[in-house]
Structure formats: structure tokens, C-alpha cells
Design a protein around this ligand. Structure first.
Ligand code: CTP
Length: 205
């Protein structure tokens, strides 16, 4: 199967030397790419800025911002059997990024932010009949409620839910999978590569 995976954070430009981002390491997405390759699938990995070595055999597309990630995802999505959105895409970006380095002034600074595209939301709206769509929910609280809300709102087949404290930026993870049919499948806590292998066994059609 053709599997499209996104990984890592995005960076949203404030000025030529500053950006807004998050602590995502990309490790979970890269582990899923590795596990999918081991199972003989064709993998396209669209990655935000990370310091990881890409798994051998994957087609790697490097992006920086949410807008660039959206453009690449929409380019490859029509051809993908399975799409796994592991990336921690920024929900907001500076509305008016500066071309020159900002200079500090006395007092407070207010940055105006605007929404980025909800890439997974768009994919859910335009989901092709044969496509399996998987999202991630990294939450600090109300894990199950938030995950089920995203599963429904974004028209997903599966959502992989984990607590930020369990999986964000770390080498291990503890994931529970939920699907539309009402199944709740907790995966054994472990190294991200092992979690990735167990996850694919459950979700691949
Ligand atoms: N995602 C995306 N595009 C965005 C933001 C998130 O495709 N601009 C994807 C992530 O890759 C992840 C899932 O959506 O698979 C989780 O998104 P999240 O932002 O946490 O969900 P929301 O529904 O926006 O909920 P909230 O911001 O209220 O937590």
C-alpha cells in the first residue's frame, strides 16, 4: 500500500530569525514510517524540521511551515491508501511576518496570529472511499473526550490518543486507538518503534 505519513513540528515565521513552534521531536512519525517500510509498504514521509535520520527507503519531503506541509500533503494525498497525520502542525501563524529582523521597543509586544489550515480536517472532508485516515491527539487532559471529538469532527477512521507527558519529545509512548465503530484499543507502552509496529497491525486495512 501507499502510506503517507507526516511528522515533526512546523515553524511559523515571525521574522527572519524567529518563529513559533512546539516541542514535537518527530520520533513517533519516523517510527511509523520505519514500521511501514518493514512491512513492505511504499512510504512518503512529509517532515517538519527535526534532527532525525530518515528511514532508508522512504521518500522524504522536508517542509518548514504548516502552509508548506499542507501543500505537500495535498499533492500526495490523492494517491495514498493510508494517511497518518502524526505531525504537530501549528494551529496559528503570525498574521504579518516581518521581512526584516524586529527591533525591541519599550513595553509589551502583541503578535497577531491567524489560523493555519486544518490539514487533517480538509483530508477528512475530501476523504476518498478507499482511503484510511488516521489522526493523532496529544492532550494534557480529557484524553478520551478530546480524542473522540477529533475522530468525529475530522471524519477519521482511527485516532491515536496519547498524553503529552507520555509521548511528546520522548523515546517511548503509550497510545490508545479509537475508531468510528466504537473500538477502544490500548497499545502496550513501550519504545516508539514497538508502539508503531503494534499500531500498524491494528489500523492497516
Ligand atoms: N492537524 C492538522 N492540521 C492542523 C492541526 C492539526 O492536520 N493545522 C492534525 C494533527 O496532525 C493531528 C490532529 O490534526 O493528527 C490533531 O489536531 P489538533 O490540532 O490537536 O486538533 P483540533 O481538532 O484542532 O483540536 P484542538 O486544537 O482543540 O486540540
Amino acid at each position: 500500500m501507499k502510506i503517507l505519513i507526516t511528522a515533526g513540528p512546523t515553524r511559523e515565521k515571525i521574522d527572519p530569525v524567529r518563529f513559533i513552534s512546539n516541542y514535537s521531536s518527530g520520533k513517533m512519525g519516523y517510527a511509523i514510517a520505519q514500521a511501514a517500510l518493514e512491512s513492505g509498504h511504499e512510504v512518503t514521509l512529509i517532515s517538519g524540521p527535526v534532527t532525525l535520520t530518515p528511514p532508508e527507503g522512504a521518500t522524504l519531503i522536508k517542509v518548514t511551515s504548516a502552509a508548506e506541509m499542507a501543500a505537500e500533503v495535498h499533492k500526495f494525498a490523492p494517491d495514498a491508501d493510508v494517511i497518518i497525520m502524526t505531525a504537530a502542525v501549528a494551529d496559528y501563524r503570525p498574521a504579518n511576518p516581518f521581512d526584516c529582523k524586529m527591533k525591541k521597543l519599550p513595553g509589551k509586544l502583541v503578535l497577531e496570529l491567524e489560523r493555519t489550515e486544518d490539514i487533517l480536517g480538509t483530508l477528512g472532508t475530501n476523504k476518498l472511499p478507499q482511503q484510511t485516515l488516521i489522526g493523532f491527539a496529544a492532550e494534557t487532559d480529557d484524553l478520551e473526550k478530546n480524542a473522540l471529538g477529533k475522530l468525529e469532527r475530522k471524519n477519521l477512521d482511527w485516532i491515536a490518543a496519547n498524553l503529552v507527558a507520555d509521548g511528546f519529545g520522548t523515546d517511548t509512548n503509550a497510545i490508545t486507538l479509537y475508531n468510528k465503530a466504537g473500538n477502544r484499543i490500548p497499545l502496550p507502552r513501550g519504545a516508539k518503534i514497538d508502539v508503531a509496529r503494534s499500531m500498524l497491525k491494528v489500523i492497516l486495512p
